[in-house]
Write a protein that binds this ligand. Structure first.
Ligand SMILES: [Zn+2]
Length: 175
């Protein structure tokens, strides 16, 4: 996917499902990285996304939506915490991996609640094909996502093709 299409897709996701991020600037860098697909960080009023070049070329649209939704959930949580609290959390996550696991699982649950469970599952499968497979310390497993999808009805999400930016904000709570 072209960079301009990637940015357009991320912006559509934000306006559809990430009310807490609306009005922020979006910066996307496509870089050569080998150990992860995408990362997000907030800096003032800007969302910085980094995406691996190889994956940007290789990922199909639904896979890309899955990883974008996951990273944007991180961004929403970071925004709620604010920079100071977020620094404290990063410090804690480095020292206590079990806390990081809980955070990643909470983020995946938020992705499913926002209605992107199928895309998250596509991303997990893609990831496990090309990288060291995720286990339950990295977030929800593929089995767990499938299980959640069987029990949940997507809510609070407009059909992806039918995006109206003026749609009222849905519940921003994802964790
Ligand atoms: Zn994550």
């Amino acid at each position: 996917m072209k960079k301009s299409d990637l940015i357009a897709l991320a912006k559509t996701l934000i306006s559809t499902s990430f009310p807490a991020l609306r009005g922020m600037k979006l910066k996307l860098k496509i870089i050569d990285i080998e150990d992860y697909v995408m990362a997000v960080r907030l800096e003032g009023k800007a969302i910085h996304l980094e995406l691996s070049r190889e994956d940007a070329v290789r990922m199909r649209r639904n896979v890309l939506i899955g990883v974008l939704a996951h990273e944007l959930c991180h961004a929403e949580e970071d925004r709620r915490h604010g920079p100071l609290l977020e620094a404290v959390f990063s410090w804690l996550y480095e020292r206590f991996p079990s806390l990081e696991t809980r955070m990643e699982r909470r983020i995946d649950i938020a992705v499913i609640r926002k209605g992107y469970g199928k895309e998250l599952l596509s991303f997990q499968r893609y990831h496990d094909l090309h990288y060291e497979p995720y286990d339950q310390t990295d977030g929800l497993t593929a089995e767990e996502i499938e299980e959640a999808l069987r029990h949940s009805v997507p809510r609070g999400r407009a059909p992806f093709r039918d995006v109206s930016p003026s749609r009222p904000a849905s519940s921003r709570n994802h964790g």
